[in-house]
Ligand binder design. Structure first.
Ligand SMILES: Cc1ncc(COP(=O)(O)O)c(C=O)c1O
Length: 377
């Protein structure tokens, strides 16, 4: 089985530890254990007392009943039994694709988005057609293009809502149109839902609530600020969950006792986490907007209040990667160059870091845009 290198991950693996001002990440400023455990008002005393008594066996294979019922509360129509815990959303996407995609299938994937969603199906022998997002349409894809792409052997449509890297949301009306098309060929619709719009979370509609063959993947890594616990899940109908059960026995067994306990704790304190994170996202988004307004060498279609954004830079597109390597070496600032998403001349800007890092990172990026030999003069 052959698979392409993962553009964003390879970039981050190489450079992220050398950054002083890391404005590349798509997580809302990660929490320390102490920050996390202060959420319940008793400084984690209850959590640690339970942890001390817990044997580090395999624990609950599918996730504890408490975890599953907390995760099920995120959906209108998904019972706890249809939630399966995974190793992050990465594990959830892999599980869904590995379980359902076969050689000869056709998969349509929103493009660009999270690379797993097109390169895993290709590696499994499917033909993959790209459903492009368009800058000219606020990074939305065009439903007419999907109508042209859909085929009798389309097994799955893969989407990322909100989109990484642009932060654009697919709204209910568009999702409903996608579902209608998927129904014509009985295709699954897999949606990676790790980014939630925090201005109005209630506007967000999960594919698992819209379509019987909708599969939602999610995790605690982005919206919930704890990527370090590597905890995600799938939400689907019962029949699909049963297929997943079979495959996950081969690929993961379980996600770990400690992770499950902490993940359950985070979901139980969801409102407090979201309140913290809404503040960060809205505050930093305003800083980002002010910077874009004051910097003539950049432009941006602003994200919905999610933690990833995609900036267009006045640089030589052919030198995008070199520009960002030089920026890191000379100014200590890290972004993800757009060529890693096949979009040279752009970059992913993770603005939901701490405010001081964001402000200094943007200031230095501006300086470099005016100094670099790769900037259009
Ligand atoms: C759309 C998307 N899905 C999944 C992931 C990985 O999530 P996790 O840490 O839960 O594996 C990322 C990380 O950047 C992402 O952007």
């Amino acid at each position: 089985m052959k698979i392409a290198g993962f553009g964003v991950e390879e970039w981050l693996n190489t450079w992220e530890k050398s950054a002083t001002y890391d404005i590349s990440q798509s997580t809302i400023s990660s929490m320390t254990m102490s920050e996390l455990l202060s959420l319940d008002g008793v400084d984690g005393q209850t959590f640690y007392a339970a942890l001390n008594k817990q044997k580090m066996n395999y624990g609950w294979i599918e996730g504890s009943p408490e975890f599953k019922s907390e995760a099920a509360k995120l959906y209108q129509h998904v019972p706890a039994e249809n939630i399966l815990q995974t190793n992050g959303a990465t594990g959830a996407n892999h599980l869904a694709l590995y379980s359902l995609i076969e050689p000869g299938d056709n998969v349509i994937a929103e493009y660009p988005s999270y690379q797993q969603l097109y390169d895993i199906p290709k590696s499994l022998g499917a033909t993959v057609d790209y459903w492009h997002i368009h800058e000219s349409d606020d990074w939305n894809p065009d439903i007419e293009e999907l109508k042209q792409l859909i085929k009798p052997n389309t097994k799955m449509i893969c989407l990322n809502n909100a989109n990484n890297p642009t932060g654009t949301i697919l709204d209910r009306a568009l999702l409903e149109q996608i579902v209608e098309l998927a129904k014509t060929v009985d295709a699954y619709v897999l949606v990676d839902e790790v980014y939630l719009p925090l201005d109005k979370p209630e506007d967000f509609v999960s594919i698992a609530d819209l379509y019987d063959k909708g599969i939602a993947t999610n995790s605690l890594s982005k919206t919930y600020s704890v990527p370090g616990i590597r905890l995600g899940w799938t939400a689907s109908n019962h029949e699909v969950a049963d297929i997943f059960r079979k495959y996950r026995d081969y690929t993961m067994i379980c996600a770990g006792v400690f992770n499950d306990m902490l993940g359950t704790y985070v979901l139980k304190n969801r409102d407090k986490v979201l309140a913290r994170n809404r503040k960060i996202v809205l505050n930093n988004l305003q800083i980002l907007k002010d910077w874009v307004a004051s910097e003539p060498k950049v432009s941006m279609i602003f994200p919905r209040a999610v933690s990833t954004s995609f900036v267009k830079l006045d640089i030589d597109p052919d030198q995008t990667e070199q520009f960002f390597i030089d920026l890191l070496k000379e100014k200590g600032v890290l972004l993800v160059p757009g060529n890693r998403f096949d979009m040279p001349g752009h970059a992913r800007l993770g603005y939901c870091t701490d405010e001081a890092t964001l402000r200094e990172g943007l200031k230095r990026l501006s300086e470099f845009l005016h100094e670099s030999k790769y900037t259009n003069k």
